[in-house]
Design a protein around this ligand. Structure first.
Ligand code: IMP
Ligand code: MG
Length: 186
């Protein structure tokens, strides 16, 4: 693999995550929250964001994968993913979300398909409130109308890795968010 180009450095990520934590702390002052991390990409973001919350917080995790129609990573890099295919639940939350303040923690909002499905699923629990915290947002890729309530960075239509995000399961452990150059594939 050719070299990755840093898009957002670790210091900038830390600063922005602290700001998001302060916003959430202010909005939920005196209340309890459940952070629902979307596996696996949100793991590092959730770990850092949660430690910026001065709130009574618990964790849960939910797992999703897309049905057959998401292309291979190489294909996705070349032409993007324009399907509105289905999302399959691979791990449900462990507890009822009824009457709880739920914050879904996601690495990146892309087409919006994943979060649209997850929102519907979690709303069926009848939570007291449901919000989305996403580290990254690629609004130019959106296929379904969906907005994050707390968004770290809006980025252009590039494929990014690091800080939890993967390319074929690799690079999640990079401390910076980097762009995978499109022309280096296929
Ligand atoms: P959506 O359902 O299209 O919004 O897709 C969201 C999911 O696609 C994210 O949770 C990521 O797993 C994956 N994804 C979208 N864009 C990227 C990217 O640039 N790098 C790594 N994963 C991505
Ligand atoms: Mg993912």
């Amino acid at each position: 693999m050719t070299e990755l180009k840093v898009l957002i450095e670790r210091d900038a990520i830390a600063k922005r995550v602290a700001e998001m934590g302060a916003d959430i702390t202010r909005d939920y002052a005196g209340q309890q929250v459940i952070l629902v991390g979307v596996l696996k990409g949100s793991a590092i973001f959730l770990a850092d964001l949660s430690r910026q919350l001065k709130l009574d917080a618990t964790f849960d995790f939910i797992g999703v994968s897309s049905y057959g129609n998401r292309p291979s990573p190489t294909q996705e890099l070349k032409s993007g993913w324009d399907s509105t295919g289905e999302v399959k639940l691979t791990k449900d939350v462990d507890q009822s979300m009824k009457d709880k303040n739920v914050i879904v923690v996601e690495d990146i909002l892309d087409t919006g398909l994943t979060l649209t499905v997850l929102k519907k699923l979690l709303l069926a629990h009848q939570p007291r409130s449901l919000k989305i915290a996403a580290l990254l947002d690629k609004p130019s890729r959106r296929k379904l109308p969906l907005q994050g309530d707390y968004v770290g960075f809006t980025i252009p239509d590039e494929f990014v890795v690091g800080y939890g995000l993967d390319y074929a399961e690799r690079y999640r452990n990079l401390p910076d968010i980097c762009v995978v150059p499109r022309e280096s594939h296929g």
